[in-house]
Design a protein around this ligand. Structure first.
Ligand code: GAR
Length: 208
């Protein structure tokens, strides 16, 4: 892939989307061309509108089931020419048919060192477990809950008894860096999956 037309799905505040808009959008042939949400009041949608990126809401209530909703969303992304889908705080599972339309072209950012603490409330899960090292993961999305092949991870030591807000604050810049970096590297063709070892994502080093 030389460059990328990126579709972002987000359910909430959209700070990861903002990092992509600020640091990646319009550079190296990467364009964010669509921002979708399941929540009509997601702040992420307003962030897209503010820079003229088309947005749309796909609320569960508007469709008979998740399959129908995801199909509508996939068609909307395809019509925008999207070749990379980024889940940036998108708090829904994606249907298998959606994923089949974007093979190895859907990535997610998660606020834990997977496979620890998948799903919702990852930071609260980690705090309840009593870990001393927190972290973030960017991974390809499969049909499971945060189970797809890991692309990149970053960790931060936080001994003592941090609050969830403190951990979230510490992880946010790591997430933004890791997600932006991963999108750039995918667009440059530096990230690949070996079909014979599909869990092992190869990230080509700059010197290779
Ligand atoms: C981020 O911390 C992201 O890792 C998390 O939601 C937050 C969205 O923040 N995603 C998940 O927990 C997915 N399992 P943002 O709206 O400010 O980008």
């Amino acid at each position: 892939m030389a460059g990328a037309r990126v579709g972002v799905l987000a359910s909430g505040v959209g700070s990861n989307l903002q990092a992509l808009l600020d640091r990646v959008h319009g550079r190296d042939g990467i364009e964010i061309v669509a921002v979708g949400s399941d929540k009509p009041d997601a702040q992420a949608l307003a962030r897209a509108r503010a820079v003229g990126v088309p947005d749309a809401t796909f609320a569960a209530a508007g469709y008979p089931d998740r399959r129908a909703r995801d199909l509508a969303m996939a068609r909307w992304l395809e019509a925008a020419g999207v070749d990379l889908v980024v889940l940036a705080g998108y708090m829904q599972l994606l249907d298998a048919e959606f994923l089949a339309r974007f093979p190895h072209r859907v990535i997610n950012v998660h606020p834990a060192l997977l496979p620890a603490f998948p799903g919702i409330g990852a930071i609260e899960q980690a705090l309840a477990y009593g870990v001393k090292v927190f972290g973030v993961t960017v991974h390809f999305v499969d049909e499971g809950v945060d189970t797809g092949p890991v692309i990149a991870q970053r960790a931060v030591e936080m001994p003592g008894e941090p609050t969830a807000a403190q951990v979230r604050e510490a992880l946010r810049p790591l997430e933004h860096d890791l997600l932006c970096n991963t999108v750039v590297r995918i667009a440059r063709g530096e990230i690949g999956v070996d079909p014979s070892r599909p869990r092992h994502v190869r990230v080509r080093e700059a010197s290779e």
